[in-house]
Write a protein that binds this ligand. Structure first.
Ligand code: ZN
Ligand code: ZN
Ligand code: ZN
Ligand code: ZN
Length: 736
């Protein structure tokens, strides 16, 4: 996804493999600009293959696709699956020509689905959109009645009345009102009028606004790093480039940075339906990609998207986002959609970065980096002997690369440009792939007459004619070479400096869940080795703490077992031995028994479930160490069964033991611990164990607010429980 599609990676690798060894060496050692110049000649023979690959990415508007999605949408609508219908009508709209009756029809259909979902405001927006895109006049009464109903639901009585009057007039003017449709509409009309007259409209519906930002946190901003907390300071080293260091102790959950991304691109996501297997296939499918879920520009979640006028893959949350995106970058990217999808997100980010920065700023910094005296700053690890701060010869002061002349860090293209590209550390093959890909983008810009738009950062129509005609040679214009050099630099930087935002991941890498070798492996893409205390301890002690706790014990005397494939009892007097495989099989059987117990619970056979779990527990004690996580799971399940029976004290007792094990394995402030405490709080709450419940709620809140944020449903539920407990009458409190 981040890198180009596999076929193009293979093409580039083949191309690299057959190069003369001398040329390969020259390419590997050449500065970026020089390598690009050589690369232009090498791209030619690969161009046709890349074009074939691009044809698989369907990014244009296709009437057949529009028809397919609209019919699918109608089907889902008929089955009352309104959410799916909204999405499918959106996909249909993206394939219809802009300002056509067809696209208007998509918006009108979508408004009906939105109405059923209770999104009245958005429904009104879609109706307005349908009207402005040329919705067929004869169908208008139906849509206007929906509009009146929305207004009514929103409590806008006057607007609703006005709309109804308009519908009535329209139907009178249209004449004959004998068709079944018209009769139905008339019935609806009179029904709505009665509702208005009687004032019987429902409570004005409030639409949910989920993303209310809370700015309650005290935020002390750093004097020299905009958007950073004062607990941080900015450093520079030859090995790491510009980086942040903690200058004060940092509490878990404390906010450290609030910076808007200089550039962001929506990842198309895995299983991308835009990339079909075969170009001859015209089969459309209803799979959902990120392009259907998030705004192409601001990445907000989409409800009723607005399609780009030119392509089928850019969808926006609002007309404003569509306009801003077009102005800033999309008018250049729009015709390049298939190429950008084929070359992957890193190339896409690189292009958008230079488009946002503008040619003059890009060229200023590229020229600066070509200057010999600045080379080491741009690619610091090549130099190797710089002090931790760098003397800016011009100003005669210490300035960290990327900061302004006053030494202050601010989000800017200059700051992005000065991130380390690690040119020396990437493999020559990888650099070659990136280089060919960037050349492909620039060639395309040159051929399609978009060059002028890129260079001026202004309207694409001005002066593009003269610039582009006749440029079919292998060469790129000097200006495009500058853009290409910057883009190549950005692609190489991205591996170490880009942030991919996926959905909130609760169980991220942590020393309690992952061994040191796995953790270090994750860091290798950043050319970085962690030397934190946890890593050092684990590397030195050679003890695999995670597996130690999840070990077997002797089935004969319960002492610990030692060995690899053959396990021997550590108690010499016992000398019991057994194969690891046997015990592993026994563990598997035990887990199956546990699953069966849970099934019993689901079938409301709680008593049988308890019996089975207790049997599992006896069995587990025979061959698992008391600290084994499965012991905790058994306790957790027992707690669950007792809770369904309303035996709160027993439930709390079992959960308490589970919590001990979770704390041992995952640590006292882990998210796992938070979840267990949350369960305990619920049990104590239900059992009226007021003071215990209150203290458990507080512990759970402290942990979960760090991991899940103060807006999470769990935190809110905890707070509701607390309020409820504090409001209990004294008489009940004294009883407990
Ligand atoms: Zn948006
Ligand atoms: Zn577009
Ligand atoms: Zn570490
Ligand atoms: Zn033994």
């Amino acid at each position: 996804m981040a890198l180009p599609v596999e076929e193009w990676r293979r093409s580039a690798a083949r191309c690299w493999a057959v190069l003369e060894p001398a040329l390969r060496e020259r390419l590997a050692a050449a500065p970026l600009g020089e390598a690009l110049r050589m690369g232009c000649g090498l791209f030619g023979p690969e161009e046709a293959a890349l074009q074939r690959l691009c044809r698989r990415a369907r990014t244009g508007k296709e009437p057949a696709a529009a028809r397919f999605y609209r019919e699918e949408g109608n089907r889902q609508f008929g089955r009352c699956c309104y959410r799916d219908a909204v999405r499918l009508y959106s996909q249909a709209a993206a394939h219809e020509p802009p300002r056509s009756p067809e696209v208007a029809l998509c918006f009108a259909n979508r408004s009906a689905a939105l109405f059923h979902l209770g999104h009245f405001e958005v429904c009104l927006e879609d109706i307005a959109r349908a009207e402005s895109h040329g919705y067929p006049d004869r169908l208008l009464p139906k849509v206007l009645l929906r509009k009146a109903e929305c207004l009514l639901r929103l409590g806008k009585l006057q607007d609703a009345t006005d709309t109804l009057t308009a519908v009535e007039n329209k139907m009178t003017v249209d004449g004959i009102m004998t068709s079944p449709i018209h009769r139905m509409l008339l019935k609806k009309l009179s029904q709505l009028k009665t509702e208005i007259h009687e004032g019987s409209c429902p409570e004005p519906a409030r639409e949910a606004h989920g993303d209310i930002q809370r700015e309650s946190e005290i935020w002390e901003e750093n004097g020299s790093i905009s958007g950073a907390s004062s607990s941080l300071s900015l450093n520079f080293s030859t090995e790491r480039g510009r980086h942040l260091v903690a200058s004060q102790d940092i509490l878990p959950g404390q906010n450290l940075l609030k910076e808007k991304a200089f550039v962001s691109v929506l990842c198309p996501g895995e299983g991308d339906s835009l990339l079909l297997q075969d170009s001859s296939e015209t089969v459309w499918d209803t799979r959902v990609t990120n392009a259907d879920l998030y705004c192409h520009h601001c990445l907000k979640q989409l409800l009723a998207s607005i399609p780009c006028c030119g392509c089928s893959y850019a969808k926006y949350c609002s007309q404003n986002c569509a306009d801003v995106a077009w102005e800033q970058y999309h008018r250049t990217e729009c015709p390049l959609g298939a190429l950008l999808l084929t070359l992957g997100v890193f190339c896409h980010v690189a292009l958008r970065t230079v488009l946002l920065a503008g040619f003059s700023e890009v060229s200023r910094l590229v020229e600066w980096s070509r200057d010999d005296s600045n080379k080491d700053l741009c690619n610091a690890e090549a130099g190797g002997e710089h002090p931790s701060e760098v003397l800016d010869t011009r100003a005669g002061r210490k300035v960290i690369p990327g900061c302004n002349d006053n030494g202050q860090y601010q989000s800017s293209y200059q700051a992005v440009f000065n991130l380390l590209p690690h040119v020396e550390k990437h493999s020559p093959e990888h650099k070659f792939l990136c280089m060919l890909s960037i050349v492909a983008i620039c060639k395309k810009l040159q051929e399609t007459g978009l060059e002028a738009a890129v260079l001026n950062g202004e309207s694409s129509t001005t002066g593009s004619e003269q610039k582009t005609c006749g440029k079919t040679s292998d060469e790129l214009s000097p200006e495009l070479m500058i853009m290409a050099e910057a883009m190549l630099r950005h692609v190489l930087q991205l591996q170490c400096n880009a942030q991919a935002i996926t959905v909130m991941q609760e169980l991220g890498p942590h020393r309690c869940r992952m061994r040191v070798a796995e953790r270090q492996q994750l860091l290798s893409q950043y050319f970085f080795e962690c030397r934190c205390q946890a890593c050092l301890d684990e590397l030195e002690s050679d003890v695999e703490s995670v597996s130690m706790r999840n070990s077997f014990c002797c089935p004969s005397c319960q002492a610990s077992m030692q060995g690899e494939e053959m396990l021997c009892c550590s108690n010499e007097a016992c000398a019991f031995s057994v194969s690891r495989e046997r015990l592993s099989q026994r563990l598997l059987d035990l887990q199956q028994q546990m699953e069966k117990a849970l099934e019993l619970l689901r079938d409301s056979k709680a008593d049988e479930a308890i019996k089975m779990l207790l049997k599992c527990q006896i069995d587990a004690r025979n061959f698992l160490s008391p600290e084994h996580l499965l012991m905790g799971e058994l306790e957790d399940h027992l707690a669950q069964v007792y809770a369904t029976l309303g035996k709160w004290q027993e439930a709390a007792r079992h959960l308490g033991r589970s919590i001990q094990l979770v704390e041992m394995h995952h640590g006292p402030s882990s998210v796992e611990m938070g979840h267990e405490l949350f369960k305990l709080a619920q049990i104590l709450f239900n059992g009226f164990a007021v003071s215990e419940a209150l203290s458990t709620i507080q512990r759970a809140e402290e942990i979960l607010s760090v991991h899940c944020g103060p807006q999470s449903t769990q935190i809110q539920e905890l707070q509701e429980m607390k309020t409820c407990l504090l409001e209990l009458p004294r008489s009940i409190l004294q009883r407990t």
